[in-house]
Write a protein that binds this ligand. Structure first.
Ligand code: TRP
Length: 363
């Protein structure tokens, strides 16, 4: 197979279970079982700086956190290339060339950018770097000729914008770049895992996240206070599933074998849901089950993290080696891009010869 995966995350905080079911879990599966020639996972520190330029220390501190999260979920440096965006200067060059192929109006229409501008109160005064980050994201993807980009649903407009840039480049210059496809999770609950308070977005400031690096006690405590159905007051009351965070998390995490292990009186998740809607099933019992399910998934992640935390210099070394490899690949693409754009003067013997001839003919 000639498929290549590239994806990444901004290092602005530790990764949480939303990242896990939305993309990380799938990346590990693709790395291990998929028929891909290459898996590239990038810590997008340069992109993180587009809206944290005044807080470089935050980005700097979180590079290692994200690296530890990657390694702890099972991304394997022997099988995947883990690297740091800012260490690949070729990406910046590509961004500059691609920016000729994108209009301001098109960037303004990008729904993700629109949304983020609102979120950050950038309406009046948008930094150019932030405004143009979709172009840099196109460089990230195309530099490695990625065919497949596993991301959360919010990133779809970025992939679409990348595809447009690729088509434009290939038609204006030469067919050098590869049009990528997004890969998003099928399960609704995984596309957009809510915070533990039921709010749509998990965020550090709302204190509604479960982090991959949380201790078993922290995870259990978060689930204890998880938002359920406010009208489900007595165990005997019929309960509602819609907007019920505990059931959304079960949709994302629960597998059939969990029932025989932790809740054998139910055959499957549907049977549990049926009982809850009928009435007679208490929130506490469901929460206890969810806790068991999530601890089973998170325990090996915590263990692996603890191992890597013992040797932080080795983790930086993994990133350094990955970045060196990534640079080699990006340099090859940049070379082809420059050829296609006719800015390869010194490698082009034919150009030098024909110019020389032009001037000698004149003389
Ligand atoms: N925009 C992504 C995020 O916010 C991070 C990212 C940067 C990325 N470059 C990428 C994702 C290239 C996929 C492909 O999480």
């Amino acid at each position: 197979m000639d498929k290549i995966i590239l994806t990444g995350d901004r290092p602005t905080g530790r990764l949480h279970v939303g990242h896990y079911v939305g993309s990380l879990r799938q990346r590990v599966a693709l790395q291990n079982y998929g028929e891909y020639r290459r898996t590239m996972i990038m810590i997008a520190d340069a992109q993180a700086l587009t809206d944290n330029f005044d807080n470089p220390e935050k980005v700097r501190q979180n590079v290692i956190e994200v690296a530890l999260d990657y390694l702890s979920v099972g991304l394997d440096p022997e099988r995947s290339i883990l690297f740091v965006q800012s260490q690949i200067p070729e990406l910046t060059e590509l961004t500059f060339f691609y920016s000729n192929l994108v209009t301001v109006a098109r960037l303004q229409r990008n729904p993700t950018v629109k949304n983020e501008i609102k979120l950050r109160n950038f309406e009046a005064d948008i930094p150019v770097g932030f405004f143009t980050y979709p172009i840099s994201q196109a460089a990230d993807i195309t530099a490695f000729k990625a065919t497949t980009v596993p991301v959360g649903e919010d990133q779809l407009p970025m992939i679409e914008q990348t595809r447009e840039i690729v088509r434009r480049f290939n038609s204006v210059y030469a067919p050098v770049l590869v049009e990528p496809e997004a890969l998003i999770p099928k399960e609704e609950a995984c596309k957009r895992l809510p915070g533990t308070d039921g709010k749509a977005k998990m965020s550090k400031s709302l204190g509604n996240c479960i982090y991959l690096s949380d201790t078993a006690d922290e995870v259990a405590a978060r689930i204890q206070t998880m938002y359920t159905d406010p009208e489900h007051l007595k165990v005997s009351d019929p309960g509602h599933l819609e907007g019920n965070t505990v059931f959304t998390y079960l949709d994302a995490f629960c597998r059939p074998e969990h029932f025989s292990r932790y809740l054998p009186e139910y055959e499957n998740l549907q049977a549990l849901k049926d009982h809850y809607t009928r009435g007679g099933l208490g929130d506490m019992k469901v929460k206890k089950f969810l806790t068991a399910v999530m601890q089973e998934e998170l325990e090996p992640i915590r263990k692996r993290r603890a191992e890597y935390e013992k040797d932080i210099p080795a983790v930086y070394d993994i990133l350094k080696r990955g970045s060196e490899k990534a640079r080699e690949i990006a340099a090859e693409t940049l070379h082809e891009v420059k050829d296609a754009m006719r800015i390869n003067y010194f490698d082009d013997r034919e150009l030098i010869r024909s110019q020389a001839k032009k001037y000698s003919d004149r003389g």
